[in-house]
Design a protein around this ligand. Structure first.
Ligand SMILES: [Ca+2]
Ligand SMILES: [Ca+2]
Ligand SMILES: [Ca+2]
Ligand SMILES: [Ca+2]
Length: 340
């Protein structure tokens, strides 16, 4: 124990002199201490409680402006905030304070609130009421492969040819013509494309100008010069029997044979196909292999052998025989005539 603190043989109660400024004195063995109330803190002398500047410690107001006052602090809250139980500025829930704030739905956000609209509507200029959203102008590229039509609360797609709207009419979907329509691309295979379809044709057939029909190569050039797109009845001309359509086809010396997508001329004996392939012309047998020993004379549809003077073509043999000859029928046919 230090002698200074000892008087009359007992400890001094320093608090009797009220040494603490703005604070409460607490007597302790051989000394004392000052306790400061809330909002004050002890200075370096140890006996004076001074005001605490709460505004310099952290940010006690949060979303507001702090003002220091003796023994405490005050908060001036920002818009959308109000002082809470701990003085700190807290968000105001405007939506619960005023249920009529928004026409459709109120959503509280920190420091404010937002009005929301149902799908297909947007906020009006007042930010409270809702109006129709014109999706057609608001969303570029909407209704791809079609035309957009605005409606109140929504929109619908009017689709281009070859496309169909989905059940909600908000999209245009390619029609799979190959699957939806039967009997496309006869004489070929149907291949779906975006907005249309193509035919991949069998050998001997080719696509028309639209690519959506397989036509016989002959038909394309003669019977079906004018082909119309997507008219099923126009297909009929591809299956024409050219032979019956044109009885003069192949001429009088040939027989017309219809074939899928085309026709052939079968020529009579003694005739051959002309370069056009559409008629039969007389064959000049004398020009090639003939069986005449002497002269050969071409005839329409055949030929004749000629014999030197005094000889005749035998009616049966391919020989020239003398005008006066003897034929014996003696088991074998023999002639003693001079042969040419
Ligand atoms: Ca203070
Ligand atoms: Ca709020
Ligand atoms: Ca709309
Ligand atoms: Ca298609």
């Amino acid at each position: 124990q230090s002698p200074e603190n000892c008087m009359f043989g007992k400890y001094i109660d320093e608090c009797l002199n009220d040494p603490c400024i703005n604070g409460q004195c607490i007597n302790i063995d051989g000394s004392f201490r000052c306790e400061c109330p809330l909002g004050y803190s002890i200075d370096i002398s140890g006996i004076t409680c001074e005001d605490t500047n709460e505004c310099e410690i952290g940010n006690p107001c949060g979303n507001g402006t702090c003002a220091n006052v003796v023994g405490g602090f005050e908060c001036a809250c920002d818009d959308g905030f109000e002082p809470g139980p701990m003085m700190t500025c807290e968000d105001i829930n405007e939506c619960s304070q005023n249920p009529l704030l928004c026409a459709f739905r109120c959503v509280n956000v920190i420091g404010s609130y937002e009005c929301k609209c149902p799908t297909g509507y947007v906020l009006r200029e007042d930010r409270r009421m809702c109006k129709d959203l014109n999706e057609c102008s608001a969303k570029p590229g909407i209704c791809k492969n079609g035309r957009c039509e605005n409606t109140v609360g929504s929109y619908r797609c009017r689709c281009d040819q070859g496309f169909v709207a989905n059940p909600t009419q908000t999209e245009c979907i390619d029609i799979d013509e190959c699957r939806v329509m039967g009997n496309l691309c006869k004489n070929g295979r149907c291949l779906n494309t975006l907005g249309s379809y193509n035919c991949v044709c069998k050998p001997g057939y080719t696509t028309d100008i639209t690519g959506t029909q397989c036509v016989g190569k002959h038909d394309l050039h003669s019977n079906c010069l004018i082909l119309t797109h997507s008219v099923p009845s126009s297909c009929s001309c591809f299956y024409n029997n050219e032979c019956s359509t044109d009885p003069n086809l192949c001429g009088s010396n040939g027989v017309c044979q219809n074939s899928p997508g085309s026709f052939n001329c079968d020529c009579q004996r003694g005739y051959s196909l002309d370069p056009s392939g559409q008629s039969c012309e007389d064959m000049d047998e004398c020009d090639g292999n003939h069986r005449c020993q002497h002269g050969c004379q071409n005839l329409v549809g055949g030929y004749r052998c000629s014999c030197p003077q005094g000889y005749l073509q035998h009616y049966q043999w391919n020989q020239c025989v003398g005008e006066h000859c003897f034929i014996f029928f003696n088991g074998n046919i023999k002639t003693f005539c001079d042969t040419g």
